[in-house]
Design a binder for this molecule. Structure first.
Ligand SMILES: [Fe+2]
Length: 159
């Protein structure tokens, strides 16, 4: 599979693929962090946050698969090892055992800010490459993260 089979130029698609792989790595670290929050959250907000974190990591799992398969559609292999994810991702792992619930939410808000910034950058790169498919896909991921930033910030009373 080569980019030209779907009417895209190989040279222009290269930066798209590189950035999608970078985003994939970040989503993997984010996914496991949210999963850890889902497992380890304690206190009065348990029932609210346990469910909310499940919603977020379930969405991340779908996003991860769509990103990887888009990279394959563009003719390249997606990063597929945790070694690659840890080395590549700007988002860093944290210990969620014993972490206060509001600190969990703030950690997720910080990660969403990183994902949104990366997605906004990919919007420009895909536009330059004429890759409307990746552009549209990443736009949807970004909007989901933007909306959840509002909700999580409301939860911790941040304007
Ligand atoms: Fe669960």
């Amino acid at each position: 599979m080569n980019a030209k089979e779907i009417s895209l130029e190989e040279g222009k698609v290269k930066p798209v693929v590189d950035h999608l792989n970078d985003l994939l790595a970040n989503y993997h670290i984010y996914y496991q962090k949210v999963r850890g929050c889902h497992w380890n959250v304690k206190g009065q907000n348990f029932f609210t946050l346990h469910v909310k974190f499940e919603e977020l990591y379930t969405a991340a799992l779908t996003t991860i698969d769509e990103l990887a398969e888009r990279i394959l559609t563009l003719g390249k292999p997606p990063y597929s090892t945790f070694k690659d994810y840890i080395e590549t991702a700007q988002i860093k792992e944290i210990q969620t055992i014993g972490l206060k619930d509001t600190k969990m939410v703030k950690a997720i808000i910080d990660d969403l800010a990183i994902l949104i910034a990366k997605e906004r950058e990919i919007m420009e790169i895909t536009a330059k490459a004429g890759d409307d498919g990746s552009n549209d896909m990443v736009n949807a991921f970004m909007q989901f993260n933007e909306k959840n930033t509002w909700m999580l910030r409301s939860f911790v009373n941040e304007d």
